[in-house]
Design a protein around this ligand. Structure first.
Ligand code: NAD
Length: 247
């Protein structure tokens, strides 16, 4: 996929799938704005991309904060002259907890970081994306489609992201395409936080017909494809990168 001259903003680019998405977009020739709440991590991502000779900036931002999101978009546009792809990827996990024990703070934090962030990113980026027939990518989860016990806030946030994706795809067509990516359990630092005494990685693997977890490379490749011109008739979809898992 050739993204030369495109400008891509990836949130959660300090780790896991966001880091790999930023890297893969950079290898297609795009200039990449790497955003994360972890300044050290995102600066490292930027450094790696620049050492491969691609253009990148690092922006520290909390994607649940309106002012931060507005600024990350403005800084990207002023650094690179526009925006073609907004990849709303940053997210946090939830420790499996019975719903009656989930605090309101936990609920609000999960929904703000995992879902409100996509609304805020869209709100501030959409005028720039319209100018360039841009693309929005939202990293949701297979949990949005096949809910898991104990993850009420996480599942609701990701389900909301899929619903928002489908709604925005209609509202913003034909100018901007909007798609979600739904990864199954993926080998990133976050997986540790999902697994625990009650959920082991080996158990997860055994439920996936392809007999392996997803990798950040698998998920980033789906992002690059959905953002490409080859996907120009694909909007409003929630692409499952799940090795055929249907439970
Ligand atoms: P990760 O923990 O490796 O990376 C997430 C990144 O997001 C981190 O760098 C973190 O600092 C950043 N972040 C967290 N809160 C932020 C905030 N408020 N503002 C800005 N940045 C913030 O996780 P990952 O596995 O790469 O997850 C990426 C996305 O994929 C998340 O949305 C996650 O919910 C989703 N997902 C993960 C899995 C999995 O098994 N790992 C499966 C399905 C979906």
């Amino acid at each position: 996929m050739d993204s030369e001259d495109r400008v891509v903003l990836v949130t959660g680019a300090g780790s896991g799938m966001g880091k790999e998405s930023a890297r893969q977009f950079a290898t297609t020739g795009a200039a990449v704005a790497c955003v994360d709440i972890d300044q050290h991590a995102v600066t490292e991502t930027k450094r790696e991309i620049q050492s491969g000779d691609s253009d990148a900036i690092a922006i520290e931002a909390d994607v649940s904060e309106s002012a931060d999101v507005r600024e990350m978009i403005e800084r990207t546009v002023s650094a690179f002259g526009g925006l073609d792809v907004l990849h709303n990827n940053a997210g946090i996990p939830q420790r499996a907890t019975p719903v009656e024990d989930v605090s309101e703070d936990t609920w609000d934090r999960l929904v703000d970081i995992n879902l409100k962030s996509a609304f805020l990113g869209t709100k501030y980026a959409v005028s720039h994306l319209r100018e360039r027939n841009g693309v929005i990518l939202n990293t949701a989860s297979t949990a949005a489609i096949r809910p898991r016990t104990g993850l009420s806030a996480y599942v609701a946030s990701k389900g909301g992201m899929v619903a928002l994706t489908k709604q925005l795809a209609k509202e913003l067509a034909p100018d901007v395409r909007v798609n979600a990516i739904c990864p199954v359990a993926t080998e990133t630092p976050m997986l540790e936080e999902f697994s625990g005494e009650d959920l082991r990685v080996s158990d997860m693997e055994s439920t996936i017909p392809m007999e392996q977890l997803a990798t950040p490379e698998d998920v980033a490749a789906a992002a690059v494809f959905l953002a490409s011109d080859e996907a120009d008739m694909i909007t409003g979809t929630a692409l499952e990168v799940d090795g055929g898992r249907d439970i």
